[in-house]
Ligand binder design. Structure first.
Ligand code: TRP
Length: 337
């Protein structure tokens, strides 16, 4: 049976929140359990440096994200779970790919274009404050993907373009140097998983400062939930599930029956305070045990590190032979004959 290679990276800036869990972590861990899937999940710590120059933040986030995936039941024997910086082959490949990627392709990358536009709107020089890391970031992402010949790349919508660029770069290499060196990756954007709204009703995101952290102690979690924006309808007045962040988050954690139940409660005019209390309890049912494991993991960092080292060893075993092929193809090899 040929397995599907699913690969995705998580940039290590920030603490995982409910939106990350529902939109990325939960579906990724579920998918990794399938027999025909060979999953590669990694902490993209070199990507973190693109937007974050706070070393303590990168370190803290790396630890928290690793602990989160482990606490949620990622099987580190079945999957390959590693930290990007522990696999130096990725950086070597990144340079080789940099040498055959057109600058014009990078000029078109959304993240770079958005930064340029922001400068222009402020009347600044177009490249003001823009680092080369941001500019060439799709190349590092291509190296992440191509190094392991990932087929399916689960990402958010904002990352589709980067996966397409990885595909272009792979094609270019195969064409210029050696056919079939790299598998052509495909972005997978699931319509089934929910994109959660945050406290203010906009998409939950750490950059909007409206996120609910994933592993908060129960009382603190409830306090956050209580801050979710609602309308001013009083208890007893029927409420609409459309455009209700409380209902949206409820649905992401509920069984279909529980969603029908809550819809009924809305129709009967449940008080917002009560709906939020029930939401807190529902979330706690799904995450309570994982939260205990998470706290235990944070208290035993050596165990987390061991897991990552085990992953890096597996990853490098895969990466080394492919990097050798790539280096040979471009003319970097031992002198012979
Ligand atoms: N750039 C991605 C993000 O910000 C994270 C990432 C880095 C990634 N390397 C990757 C995702 C490789 C998929 C494949 O979300």
């Amino acid at each position: 049976m040929s397995k599907q290679r699913v690969l995705t990276g998580i940039t290590t800036t920030g603490t995982p929140h409910l939106g990350n869990y529902v939109g990325a972590i939960r579906p990724a861990i579920a998918a990794s359990k399938a027999e025909d899937v060979d999953a590669y999940f990694f902490l993209a710590d070199y990507h973190a440096l693109i937007k974050c120059h706070d070393p303590e933040m990168v370190r803290k986030s790396t630890k928290e994200i690793a602990a989160t995936w482990l606490a949620l039941g990622l099987d580190t024997d079945k999957t390959t779970f590693y930290r990007q910086s522990d696999v130096p082959e990725i950086m070597e490949l990144s340079w080789i790919l940099t040498c055959l990627t057109a600058k014009g392709l990078m000029n078109r990358a959304h993240a770079y274009k958005a930064a340029v536009q922001e400068n222009e709107e402020k009347g600044e020089d177009a490249d003001n404050g823009i680092m080369m890391g941001l500019f060439s970031y799709p190349i590092l992402m291509a190296a992440d993907i191509l190094m392991f010949n990932g087929h399916k790349i689960p990402v958010g919508k904002d990352q589709i373009q980067h996966v397409e660029m990885a595909r272009d770069i792979a094609q270019k290499f195969n064409h210029v140097f050696a056919a079939d060196t790299f598998v052509l990756p495909e972005a997978v954007v699931s319509d089934e998983v929910a994109v959660l709204s945050g406290l203010d009703g906009r998409k939950m995101s750490k950059s909007y400062n409206n996120a609910i952290p994933l592993f908060l102690p129960e009382k603190k979690m409830q306090k956050h939930i209580n801050k979710i924006k609602t309308n001013l309808l009083e208890p007893g007045e029927p409420k609409d599930i459309q455009d209700s962040t409380v209902f949206e988050i409820w649905k992401a954690f509920a069984t279909p029956e529980q969603s029908v139940y809550m819809q009924g409660q809305y129709e009967q005019g449940i008080a917002w305070g009560q709906a939020k209390k029930e939401l807190g309890a529902l979330i706690n049912t799904e995450l309570g045990e994982a939260r205990e494991r998470y706290e235990a993991l944070l208290a035993t960092p050596n165990y987390i590190e061991e897991q990552l080292q085990k992953g890096a060893e597996k990853a490098r075993k895969q990466a080394q032979p492919l990097l050798k092929i790539v280096r040979d193809a471009v003319g970097i090899s031992a002198i012979t004959g």
